[in-house]
Design a binder for this molecule. Structure first.
Ligand code: MD3
Ligand code: FE
Length: 214
Protein backbone atom coordinates (compact mmCIF):
# COMPACT_ATOMS: atom_id res chain seq x y z
CA UNK A 1 0.00 0.00 0.00
CA UNK A 2 1.48 3.33 -1.11
CA UNK A 3 0.35 6.49 0.67
CA UNK A 4 -0.63 9.51 -1.50
CA UNK A 5 1.85 11.53 0.58
CA UNK A 6 4.66 9.66 -1.16
CA UNK A 7 3.17 9.99 -4.65
CA UNK A 8 1.74 13.49 -5.01
CA UNK A 9 1.38 13.21 -8.84
CA UNK A 10 -0.54 9.93 -8.87
CA UNK A 11 -4.12 9.93 -10.20
CA UNK A 12 -6.93 10.03 -7.61
CA UNK A 13 -10.71 10.09 -7.54
CA UNK A 14 -12.71 12.84 -5.81
CA UNK A 15 -16.53 12.74 -5.67
CA UNK A 16 -18.07 16.17 -6.34
CA UNK A 17 -21.78 15.40 -6.02
CA UNK A 18 -24.04 12.44 -6.77
CA UNK A 19 -23.28 11.67 -10.45
CA UNK A 20 -20.18 13.89 -10.66
CA UNK A 21 -16.62 12.80 -10.01
CA UNK A 22 -13.20 14.42 -10.58
CA UNK A 23 -10.47 12.06 -11.74
CA UNK A 24 -7.44 14.12 -10.75
CA UNK A 25 -4.54 13.91 -13.25
CA UNK A 26 -6.25 11.04 -15.11
CA UNK A 27 -5.17 12.40 -18.53
CA UNK A 28 -1.62 13.45 -17.58
CA UNK A 29 0.14 10.43 -19.00
CA UNK A 30 -1.66 10.95 -22.33
CA UNK A 31 -1.14 14.72 -22.52
CA UNK A 32 1.33 14.79 -25.43
CA UNK A 33 -0.85 12.48 -27.56
CA UNK A 34 -3.99 14.48 -26.71
CA UNK A 35 -2.34 17.79 -27.62
CA UNK A 36 -1.01 16.40 -30.92
CA UNK A 37 -4.56 15.30 -31.72
CA UNK A 38 -5.93 18.76 -30.80
CA UNK A 39 -3.41 20.27 -33.25
CA UNK A 40 -4.54 17.89 -36.00
CA UNK A 41 -8.23 18.66 -35.38
CA UNK A 42 -7.82 22.45 -35.22
CA UNK A 43 -5.63 22.50 -38.35
CA UNK A 44 -8.71 21.24 -40.24
CA UNK A 45 -11.41 22.97 -38.17
CA UNK A 46 -9.77 26.15 -36.82
CA UNK A 47 -10.84 27.67 -33.48
CA UNK A 48 -13.55 30.29 -33.90
CA UNK A 49 -15.65 32.53 -31.64
CA UNK A 50 -19.31 31.58 -31.98
CA UNK A 51 -22.17 34.06 -31.60
CA UNK A 52 -24.99 33.32 -29.16
CA UNK A 53 -28.65 33.52 -30.20
CA UNK A 54 -28.75 36.80 -28.25
CA UNK A 55 -25.99 38.28 -30.44
CA UNK A 56 -23.02 38.07 -28.04
CA UNK A 57 -19.67 36.75 -29.29
CA UNK A 58 -18.36 34.07 -26.93
CA UNK A 59 -14.93 34.70 -25.37
CA UNK A 60 -14.15 30.95 -25.54
CA UNK A 61 -12.81 29.86 -28.96
CA UNK A 62 -14.30 26.55 -30.12
CA UNK A 63 -13.79 23.69 -32.53
CA UNK A 64 -15.22 20.16 -32.74
CA UNK A 65 -14.42 16.66 -33.87
CA UNK A 66 -16.53 13.56 -34.26
CA UNK A 67 -19.76 12.93 -36.20
CA UNK A 68 -21.48 15.94 -34.59
CA UNK A 69 -20.24 19.36 -33.53
CA UNK A 70 -21.84 21.88 -31.19
CA UNK A 71 -22.54 25.22 -32.87
CA UNK A 72 -24.31 28.44 -31.97
CA UNK A 73 -25.53 31.26 -34.16
CA UNK A 74 -28.37 33.82 -34.22
CA UNK A 75 -30.86 30.98 -34.93
CA UNK A 76 -29.97 28.99 -31.78
CA UNK A 77 -27.75 26.18 -30.47
CA UNK A 78 -27.54 22.80 -32.18
CA UNK A 79 -25.41 19.76 -32.96
CA UNK A 80 -24.51 19.78 -36.65
CA UNK A 81 -22.64 17.16 -38.76
CA UNK A 82 -21.23 20.02 -40.91
CA UNK A 83 -18.72 22.68 -39.86
CA UNK A 84 -20.46 25.90 -40.92
CA UNK A 85 -17.08 27.61 -41.53
CA UNK A 86 -15.83 25.02 -44.05
CA UNK A 87 -19.05 23.42 -45.29
CA UNK A 88 -17.41 20.02 -44.66
CA UNK A 89 -17.81 17.30 -42.02
CA UNK A 90 -15.97 17.87 -38.73
CA UNK A 91 -12.61 16.03 -38.40
CA UNK A 92 -13.16 12.48 -37.17
CA UNK A 93 -12.70 11.75 -33.47
CA UNK A 94 -9.05 10.78 -32.83
CA UNK A 95 -8.76 7.21 -31.43
CA UNK A 96 -6.85 8.55 -28.40
CA UNK A 97 -9.80 10.85 -27.56
CA UNK A 98 -12.50 8.17 -27.74
CA UNK A 99 -10.42 5.69 -25.71
CA UNK A 100 -9.66 8.15 -22.91
CA UNK A 101 -13.31 9.29 -22.69
CA UNK A 102 -14.57 5.70 -22.47
CA UNK A 103 -11.98 4.79 -19.80
CA UNK A 104 -12.85 7.81 -17.68
CA UNK A 105 -16.60 7.19 -17.97
CA UNK A 106 -16.13 3.53 -16.96
CA UNK A 107 -14.04 4.62 -13.96
CA UNK A 108 -17.02 6.74 -12.86
CA UNK A 109 -19.50 3.89 -13.33
CA UNK A 110 -20.71 4.61 -16.90
CA UNK A 111 -19.76 1.54 -18.91
CA UNK A 112 -20.07 1.56 -22.71
CA UNK A 113 -19.76 5.32 -23.23
CA UNK A 114 -19.30 5.94 -26.98
CA UNK A 115 -19.09 9.70 -27.64
CA UNK A 116 -20.10 11.02 -31.09
CA UNK A 117 -19.12 14.63 -30.37
CA UNK A 118 -16.08 16.33 -28.86
CA UNK A 119 -16.24 20.07 -28.28
CA UNK A 120 -12.77 21.63 -28.04
CA UNK A 121 -12.74 24.86 -26.01
CA UNK A 122 -9.73 27.22 -25.91
CA UNK A 123 -9.29 29.74 -23.08
CA UNK A 124 -6.75 32.57 -23.07
CA UNK A 125 -6.21 34.87 -20.05
CA UNK A 126 -9.52 36.66 -19.37
CA UNK A 127 -11.65 34.09 -21.22
CA UNK A 128 -14.69 32.94 -19.27
CA UNK A 129 -17.77 30.79 -19.75
CA UNK A 130 -20.89 32.05 -18.02
CA UNK A 131 -23.21 29.83 -16.02
CA UNK A 132 -25.27 27.51 -18.26
CA UNK A 133 -26.79 24.03 -18.57
CA UNK A 134 -25.86 21.49 -21.25
CA UNK A 135 -29.22 20.32 -22.55
CA UNK A 136 -28.84 20.10 -26.35
CA UNK A 137 -27.97 16.37 -26.27
CA UNK A 138 -30.68 13.88 -27.24
CA UNK A 139 -30.28 11.45 -24.29
CA UNK A 140 -29.65 13.24 -21.00
CA UNK A 141 -29.07 9.82 -19.39
CA UNK A 142 -25.66 9.83 -21.11
CA UNK A 143 -22.78 11.39 -19.14
CA UNK A 144 -20.41 14.15 -20.31
CA UNK A 145 -16.66 13.66 -19.86
CA UNK A 146 -14.46 16.78 -19.66
CA UNK A 147 -10.66 16.90 -19.89
CA UNK A 148 -8.66 19.95 -18.77
CA UNK A 149 -5.24 20.70 -20.29
CA UNK A 150 -2.86 23.62 -19.78
CA UNK A 151 -3.37 26.52 -17.36
CA UNK A 152 -5.54 25.84 -14.30
CA UNK A 153 -9.07 27.23 -14.13
CA UNK A 154 -11.72 27.75 -11.49
CA UNK A 155 -14.83 25.82 -12.43
CA UNK A 156 -18.24 26.85 -11.09
CA UNK A 157 -20.47 23.93 -10.20
CA UNK A 158 -24.03 24.73 -9.28
CA UNK A 159 -27.32 22.88 -8.95
CA UNK A 160 -30.16 22.36 -11.44
CA UNK A 161 -31.48 25.78 -10.28
CA UNK A 162 -29.71 28.86 -11.69
CA UNK A 163 -30.22 30.94 -8.57
CA UNK A 164 -28.32 28.53 -6.24
CA UNK A 165 -24.82 29.86 -5.58
CA UNK A 166 -22.27 27.61 -7.35
CA UNK A 167 -19.24 25.99 -5.65
CA UNK A 168 -15.74 26.74 -6.94
CA UNK A 169 -13.75 23.71 -8.06
CA UNK A 170 -10.14 24.17 -9.22
CA UNK A 171 -9.30 22.15 -12.36
CA UNK A 172 -5.68 21.58 -13.38
CA UNK A 173 -3.79 20.02 -16.28
CA UNK A 174 -4.83 16.41 -16.76
CA UNK A 175 -7.93 16.54 -14.56
CA UNK A 176 -10.94 14.70 -15.98
CA UNK A 177 -14.50 15.20 -14.74
CA UNK A 178 -17.40 12.86 -15.45
CA UNK A 179 -20.87 14.42 -15.13
CA UNK A 180 -23.92 12.20 -15.26
CA UNK A 181 -26.96 10.99 -13.43
CA UNK A 182 -28.47 13.53 -11.04
CA UNK A 183 -25.71 16.12 -11.83
CA UNK A 184 -26.28 16.09 -15.58
CA UNK A 185 -28.42 19.26 -15.69
CA UNK A 186 -26.50 21.23 -13.07
CA UNK A 187 -25.59 24.81 -13.97
CA UNK A 188 -21.86 25.30 -14.48
CA UNK A 189 -19.32 27.77 -15.85
CA UNK A 190 -15.67 28.83 -15.82
CA UNK A 191 -14.32 31.99 -14.12
CA UNK A 192 -12.04 34.28 -16.18
CA UNK A 193 -8.74 32.49 -16.84
CA UNK A 194 -5.80 33.94 -14.91
CA UNK A 195 -2.54 34.87 -16.63
CA UNK A 196 0.14 32.20 -16.47
CA UNK A 197 2.47 30.04 -18.45
CA UNK A 198 2.03 26.29 -18.85
CA UNK A 199 5.07 24.25 -19.99
CA UNK A 200 3.15 22.57 -22.84
CA UNK A 201 0.37 25.06 -23.64
CA UNK A 202 1.85 28.48 -22.85
CA UNK A 203 -0.76 31.04 -21.79
CA UNK A 204 -3.77 28.89 -22.60
CA UNK A 205 -6.16 26.23 -21.37
CA UNK A 206 -7.84 23.63 -23.58
CA UNK A 207 -10.95 21.78 -22.42
CA UNK A 208 -12.33 18.77 -24.27
CA UNK A 209 -15.95 17.77 -23.61
CA UNK A 210 -17.07 14.38 -24.87
CA UNK A 211 -20.76 13.84 -25.46
CA UNK A 212 -23.16 11.33 -26.91
CA UNK A 213 -25.19 14.04 -28.64
CA UNK A 214 -27.19 12.24 -31.33
C1 MD3 B 1 -21.58 19.92 -15.33
N1 MD3 B 1 -17.18 23.56 -20.73
O1 MD3 B 1 -18.40 23.18 -23.10
S1 MD3 B 1 -16.44 21.30 -18.84
C2 MD3 B 1 -19.15 23.28 -22.08
O2 MD3 B 1 -14.14 24.01 -19.07
C3 MD3 B 1 -18.51 23.53 -20.76
O3 MD3 B 1 -14.75 24.41 -21.10
C4 MD3 B 1 -16.44 23.92 -19.56
O4 MD3 B 1 -19.21 23.69 -19.81
C5 MD3 B 1 -15.00 24.11 -19.92
O5 MD3 B 1 -20.37 23.16 -22.12
C6 MD3 B 1 -16.61 23.00 -18.44
C7 MD3 B 1 -17.33 20.67 -17.51
C8 MD3 B 1 -18.77 20.33 -17.64
C9 MD3 B 1 -19.33 19.93 -18.83
C10 MD3 B 1 -20.65 19.52 -18.84
C11 MD3 B 1 -21.43 19.49 -17.67
C12 MD3 B 1 -19.52 20.34 -16.50
C13 MD3 B 1 -20.84 19.93 -16.49
C14 MD3 B 1 -22.76 19.05 -17.65
C15 MD3 B 1 -23.46 19.04 -16.48
C16 MD3 B 1 -22.88 19.49 -15.31
FE1 FE C 1 -21.26 23.17 -20.31
Amino acid sequence: MTLDLFEPDAPSMEPLAPGAVVLRRFACRHDAALLAAVQAVTARAPFRHLVTPGGFTMSVAMSNCGALGWVSDRTGYRYDPIDPDSGRAWPSMPAAFAALAAQAAAEAGFDGFVPDACLVNRYLPGTRLSLHQDRDERDLGQPIVSVSLGLPAVFQFGSPTRSDRPRRVPLAHGDVVVWGGPARLNFHGVLPLKEGEHPMLGASRINLTFRKAG
